[in-house]
Design a protein around this ligand. Structure first.
Ligand SMILES: Nc1ncnc2c1ncn2[C@@H]1O[C@H](COP(=O)(O)OP(=O)(O)OP(=O)(O)O)[C@@H](O)[C@H]1O
Length: 271
């Protein structure tokens, strides 16, 4: 078991070419009448866990949807693993777990994975490879003993892990996980975070994990702190705490919010 008391484990090294997993430039998204993301500039390094944190409604899911290529009205630049977001070549290289469970309740865990594996890697000649990928993904999320249980009979945490197993099919280099621990008890949350660190360490995968629970920030290698469609900070948890003279990332976040509000007020009054 990993111990996070002294911070998360050291991240895997960057690939030799140094290309980040995600690079955004002046990224803007409009949804309905609202500009939900406002000219974001950031990079997400490879082989690390980056936490996307911010209050409900700040734009985390919208940003994730843009990254996986399912969001309309995206302008600016957004490159994922060296290709424009949504490029067909990224289909098997990016895994995405939405907030809503993405498994069918009336199928077993294995049947769910068999189905998604057949979509990703179709054809009779790929049958053996698909079987291996499914067996490995089930083992990775520690559901081997529940492989033949109906997804509808799993607990909330087990269902989250089944959704994660689907995203692990095809050995993605980037995993985008939208609030994967929401509604889980502290033990299940801790176990899932251990799993994320195992995936990053053993596969060298990049994980982008959203949460609005600030204590989860301490488990990430890097953080993107969001507020009202903007990036408030992009740094390591330790650097954020040090920079703001705070004991926790939560206090650091509040400090940065106050700073941004004060800067906004100064701008208003100088007009
Ligand atoms: N279909 C839509 N049409 C118009 N506005 C939308 C739509 N979906 C979301 N929004 C708005 O976009 C903003 C960002 O939503 P988003 O779901 O990205 O936030 P979030 O940070 O993921 O929130 P949460 O943590 O509650 O999931 C919100 O203000 C929301 O009201």
């Amino acid at each position: 078991m990993m111990n996070y008391a002294s911070g998360p484990p050291r991240p895997a090294a960057e690939p030799p070419d140094g290309t980040p997993a995600i690079r955004a430039g002046n990224l803007t998204v409009v949804r309905g009448p609202r500009t939900v993301l406002r000219g974001l500039d950031f990079t997400v390094p490879r082989g690390q866990i980056t936490g996307l944190l911010g209050p409900s409604g700040c734009g985390k899911s919208t940003l994730m949807r843009a990254i996986v290529g399912t969001q309309a009205k995206v302008t600016g630049t957004l490159d994922v693993l060296g290709h424009p977001a949504g490029h067909p070549t990224l289909r098997t290289r990016v895994g995405y777990v939405t907030q809503a469970p993405s498994v069918y309740d009336d199928l077993t865990v294995r049947q769910n994975l068999d189905y998604f594996a057949a979509v990703l890697d179709p054809g009779r000649t790929a049958a053996e490879r698909r079987h291996d990928h499914v067996t490995r993904a089930i083992a990775d999320v520690d559901l081997t003993t529940h492989a033949d249980s109906l997804a509808g009979n799993l607990s909330g945490g087990q269902r989250s892990r089944a959704s994660l197993a689907v995203a692990l099919l095809g050995t993605p280099e980037l995993l985008v996980l939208d609030e994967p621990t929401v509604g889980l008890d502290p033990v299940l949350r801790r176990d899932l975070w251990h799993l994320f660190h195992d995936i990053a360490a053993s596969r060298g995968a990049t994980l982008l994990v959203s949460s609005h629970v600030m204590d989860e920030a301490e488990r990430c290698h890097r953080l993107l702190l969001m507020r009202e469609g903007e990036i408030l900070a992009d740094d390591t948890p330790e650097a954020l705490r040090t920079r703001t003279g705070s004991d926790t990332v939560e206090t650091a976040f509040l400090h940065l919010v106050d700073e941004a509000t004060a800067a906004g007020r100064r701008k208003e009054t100088s007009r």
